[in-house]
Design a protein around this ligand. Sequence first.
Ligand code: GLN
Length: 447
Amino acid sequence: MTLKEALTKSNEEMATLRATLEEKAKSSGLNAYIGFESLGEGVPILIKDNIQVTGWSVTAGSKILQGYIAPYNATVIDNLKSKGMMAFGRANMDEFAMGSTTESSFYGATLNPHGNNRVPGGSSGGSAAAVAGGIAIAALGSDTGGSIRQPAAYCGVVGMKPTYGRVSRFGLGAYASSLDQIGPIAQNVEDAAILYDAIKGHDDKDSTSADFEIEDIANHLNSDVKLTIAVIDSYVAQADADIQKAFAYTVAKLEDAGHTIVHKELSNTKYDIATYYVLATAEAATNLARYDGVRYGKRAASKNTEELFYNTRSEGFGDEVKRRIMLGNFVLSSGYYDAYYVKAQKVRHLIRDEFNAIFEEADLILSPVAPAVAPKVGASQDPLEMYKSDMYTIAINLAGLPAISLPVASNDEGMPVGLQLIAKAFNEKTLFNGAMSMEKVVNYNNN
Ligand code: GLN
């Protein structure tokens, strides 16, 4: 059942659906859900474990937050309620949204429903796997450097990252505050637009929230638009054969449908990963300083205050989170601050300016989401290799742009390939129209 269909059903039918989803989720073996709480009546939307829901456990997939209960709703949760939807179930995720595979969760790894012992991607892997596996109608994830779009691509579903500032971050557990956005993961583009409409909008409780409203999109979607779509050939050439093949197929289909393809260059892409991992870790180190054993969740045994901080953080955080805290504190430390942090901020501006220059001449950019299909469970042991797999998603967060990932093809093993469309800031309308058109012409679900 799609989200659009579910919204026409009664509360009784939705209550039955919730029971069915729970039962199916438990027997699926995917480990996509880590809880089955439910918040009132309405169409059930699965919620990533870093979004606050009153009275629910919220742990961001971490041991350090075990036992912590959210005292309030994130704004997106209140917004859902006003649109006939409601929070149902907790989605598994990489610890503190740091990762690309959903293997770093305290609750164990989530599996990709397409089988072959593959990861679902991350960090919103539970959300994407559940939607793809038919055990959630739609879900909320968060995207700091690709965590909605990449798992959506790996699992063959639609994932959308809104423009920075379009969706309130109030009640989202902070990873890197200047990059984080909450967004929808859904079965198709229209459902993603419905969910995006529900959660978007200005919020006084988030000082980075854009203070102007824009019209709802889902009711006015138009898949017959003719757009100018830019492709970055040198960018695409770095992906593997599966992705390149799917990319060429999609470009041909878009041209057949009457869109104009233009070829552009981005000269700073080689700096994307370094820039992101300097800025994201700097912000993460700062944001995660609050987990000290005093205010939230777990408290380790200790004899004095210093030991309390030390033991709580040593026992509570996993390896990847510790690695990022160390890296973040390093780039912020005196002597290195100018060389790394300040320089990365400057490069971030250059990256954004380059995207904006392309949007002078094109409505959208078409790009891969990841350089390959989902890797096997256990194959991503080298952190640097994992960071490199974020090469196509992180620049969009650095530039604050909206983007949507949708499935276009499968490789020979049946693993999905997703591609993303990227739009100018606050131009979600063109983004969704382009995605509707692309969804129609690639015809993924019937291939
Ligand atoms: N894989 C990226 C990281 O680990 C992105 C994560 C995200 O978007 N939350 O930082």
